[in-house]
Design a protein around this ligand. Structure first.
Ligand SMILES: [Fe+2]
Length: 197
């Protein structure tokens, strides 16, 4: 289930908000400039479905977002057997890439068509409190994080997700890392999933 958990930057043990209601998630994220929507993502993807197969399964959605000025589109898909050492090694490298706080010169726009992953967004709320907004995104979730937003992404130690990524700028995915260890102070994707039962 998609979920939003909001914690103050200076106190990861406190919870300002925790909700699984899609409308509440959209409203709260909308108030800090992040778009969250739930779309239909019910295509059955073959185990070995690659970029082209995923894009054609969601051709209408891809065309709609392209028309909004996102000229570059690709697919990131990670799933495999947790007992497969090669997969787990590749997964660890992929996970580590964006696990520290960073920002991009482009909006980070993702449509999750399989599995789940967590965005951690460091934003100042309308009441002035700086908080980490954890958006646990699942299949069907569309999220658009504005450029320059400080954030990180955790796909978990055994990733299983596919997301279509949209870019306005060719190299828009390149991260500018802040060097802040904030990510280490907040619960990981694995911990959040375990807590959600
Ligand atoms: Fe990012």
């Amino acid at each position: 289930m998609s979920k939003l958990i909001v914690m103050p930057v200076d106190d990861p043990s406190a919870t300002l908000l925790s909700t699984s209601d899609p409308a509440a998630i959209a409203a709260d994220l909308g108030a800090v400039g992040v778009t969250f929507e739930q779309w239909t993502a019910d295509a059955t993807l073959a185990h070995d479905a690659g970029q082209d197969a995923v894009m054609s399964a969601y051709a209408d959605d891809v065309a709609r977002i392209r028309d909004m000025g996102f000229g570059t589109v690709d697919v990131v898909r990670l799933h495999g057997d947790p007992n497969d050492a090669e997969f787990m090694s590749n997964a660890a490298a992929a996970r580590a890439k964006f696990l520290s706080e960073h920002a991009h010169a482009d909006d980070e726009v993702r449509f999750f068509v399989e599995g789940s992953g967590a965005f951690y967004l460091r934003l100042t709320r309308p009441d002035g409190i700086e908080a980490v907004h954890v958006a646990l995104c699942e299949q069907g979730d569309f999220i658009s994080v504005p450029k320059d937003t400080l954030h990180w992404f955790d796909m978990g130690t055994a990733p299983s997700f596919a997301a279509i990524r949209f870019f306005q700028i060719e190299d828009g995915w390149v991260g500018e890392f802040t060097g802040d260890a904030i990510a280490e102070r907040f619960p990981t994707f694995d911990e959040l999933v375990a807590a959600a039962g």
